[in-house]
Ligand binder design. Structure first.
Ligand code: NOJ
Ligand code: CA
Length: 557
């Protein structure tokens, strides 16, 4: 099997990666052209966000045919060539498997909708309501009712956009279809799948008509997230398909908890690894990124707490997670966990050092390796369904004035993370020679791959170095994790103790100088491996500069 524990994974969101055919939309041949860039970061695999046929209501996460390629992205031959060329460079492809729902344009759904007696009806979750009322008061994760009307009093469930119809996993025929899909892709030589919203595939039986005590999205905890059949369903998929190809499965789940990770990717679980959202959602209110009631404030103590929780959890329960700072579902991380103005370079490097030295597989989201950050969006820049629908709901349901809803949306919109990768300082950041489908961050003139190639101390070269070090020092993969300076409000420090070597990591999470005192035993024999300031020898008492970060290796263990 793909050695996912020792791997570094690069996430490509194809629409914004690189355009090879001059239409302003990133594509598969664009990824092929840039494979050497990804490999230069010592990546072992590429997780490809969806490239399947799709009407793009949720930019590919609404699939209308699982076994064909969206023509905007290229052809099946292009994809096969990508798999082979990546392989020749030592990288595997991980496809996105989106099987909580299909697009309503999928042939299964079209047949189900047109003919109530079609066997495809039972592929989805159709329920009786009344002519005017949905079967119950559940709402979608993107706002608005979770039900769309089919005919008369009949409705179907859509937990995401209105054109993503939830599949009915209680129907064995649905699992048979999914097995065919995973077999189809595994035959092509991919390493495995990133499974989208995988802990919501089992909905409560009987679907209660109302849950009056719980408002808004809170119904989801009890009725659609982490229900008992998720594991047996995935075990079937594992036994019938994935195991036959010795392939790998990375689960993405809504509000993933420790219990869910333990259940699904413990030593005998059906998945190998999972994502949690605790870091990504810091500063959000209980209802998600559009819940502004906590003011989006993130303290260093909050980062320390989340880190401690998941590092200790993995050691205790032998589970494994994917560590990421950014992805296509949240605004980029630099202005959330670091500082993208005065300390852009040092804080980007500090956060990279953090992400590559934790237990779990590090992921890089396209563009973070050059310190890409969020553009200042305007409403005319919005492209994402969630932006439009959530801002509308903020006004309708929460009575937030429209101007404020717009401001909040500009701030948290997923489009922030979806602007084109900045390759050089030419027009459109070298992403395309045609106007791109979404705005380019105007800071590309200064912040781009080409200019950072030339600077030995650039963020890009720092990512290359930390990724290489991660591969060369097994203690960063298999070593235990123990915290130092636990009560320090701003400095996160830990040891990764391996069989023959120990790493010491010290990170000033703040934009201010901080004083620390390290244990003498660490100080006596440490060798500096990497720092985001000029490399310094270790001292028992140190004054760290803003965002200063260090990796030392201690002789012996
Ligand atoms: C999670 C995906 O990452 C996100 O982009 C998508 O909108 C939802 N799942 C629904 O598929
Ligand atoms: Ca293109």
């Amino acid at each position: 099997m793909f050695d996912y524990k020792h791997a570094v994974i690069y996430q490509v969101w194809p629409r914004s990666f690189y355009d090879s055919n001059h239409d302003g939309i990133g594509d598969i041949n664009g990824i092929r052209a840039k494979l050497p860039h990804i490999r230069s970061l010592h990546c072992d695999a590429i997780w490809l966000s969806p490239v399947y046929a799709s009407p793009n209501d949720d930019f590919g996460y609404d699939i209308s045919d699982y076994c064909s390629i969206n023509p905007e992205f290229g052809t099946m031959e292009d994809l096969e060539a990508l798999i082979q060329e990546a392989d020749a460079l030592g990288m595997k492809i991980i496809m996105d498997l989106v099987v909580n729902h299909t697009s309503t344009s999928h042939a299964w759904f079209q047949k189900a909708l047109k003919d109530p007696s079609s066997p495809y009806r039972d592929y989805y979750i159709f329920r009786k309501g009344t002519e005017t009322q949905a079967p119950n008061n559940w709402i979608s994760f993107f706002g608005g009712s979770a039900w769309q009307k089919a005919e008369q009093d009949m409705w179907y469930m859509t937990l995401y956009t209105k054109t993503q119809a939830d599949l009915n996993w209680t129907n064995p025929a649905v699992i048979d279809e999914i097995v065919k899909i995973t077999d189809f892709w595994l035959e092509k030589g991919i390493a495995g799948f990133r499974m989208d919203t995988i802990n919501t595939i089992d909905k409560i039986e009987g679907l209660p008509s109302k849950n009056p005590e719980k408002k808004g999205l809170q119904f989801a905890d009890d009725y659609v997230i982490d229900r008992p059949n998720v594991r047996p369903y995935l075990q079937q998929l594992r036994d019938r398909s994935l195991s036959r190809y010795d392939s790998f499965a990375l689960g993405e789940g809504v509000m993933t908890t420790e219990a869910s990770v333990r259940n699904l990717c413990g030593p005998d679980g059906p998945l190998d690894m999972m994502f949690h959202f605790d870091l990504a959602t810091l500063g959000y209110g209980a209802l998600g990124k559009y819940d502004f009631r906590k003011g989006y404030i993130i303290t260093d103590r909050m980062i320390k707490k989340v880190t401690r929780k998941w590092q200790q959890e993995q050691m205790r329960d032998h589970t494994w997670i994917g560590n990421y700072l950014s992805n296509h579902d949240h605004k980029r991380h630099l202005d959330r966990f670091g500082n993208d103005r005065k300390y852009r370079v040092v804080s980007a490097k500090m956060l990279a050092l953090y992400n590559f030295t934790l237990i779990g597989t590090p992921l890089i989201y396209q563009g973070e390796e050059i310190g890409m950050t969020n553009p200042k969006l305007k409403k005319s820049d919005w492209r994402d369904y969630e932006a439009f629908s959530s801002s509308k709901e903020m006004t309708n349901m929460l009575h937030v004035p429209a101007f404020l809803a717009e401001k909040i949306t500009n701030f948290v919109d997923r489009d922030n993370a979806r602007t084109p990768v900045q390759w050089n300082s030419h027009q459109y950041a070298g992403f395309s020679d045609h106007e791109p489908w979404i705005c380019v961050n105007p800071d590309y003139l200064e912040w781009n791959v080409e200019s950072q190639e030339k600077q030995s101390d650039s963020i890009l070269n720092f990512y290359r170095t930390i990724s290489r070090i991660h591969h060369e020092h097994d203690c960063l993969v298999t070593g235990s994790w123990s915290e130092l300076l636990e009560t320090h409000p701003h400095v996160l420090a830990y040891l990764r103790k391996g069989e023959t070597e120990t790493a010491l990591v010290v990170l000033n999470l703040s934009g201010f100088c901080q004083k620390i005192k390290l244990p003498d035993a660490c100080v006596s024999n440490a060798q500096s491996a990497l720092s985001n300031y000029e490399t310094r020898t270790i001292e028992a008492q140190m004054r760290l500069k803003p965002y200063e970060a260090h990796l030392w290796f201690l002789n012996g263990n």
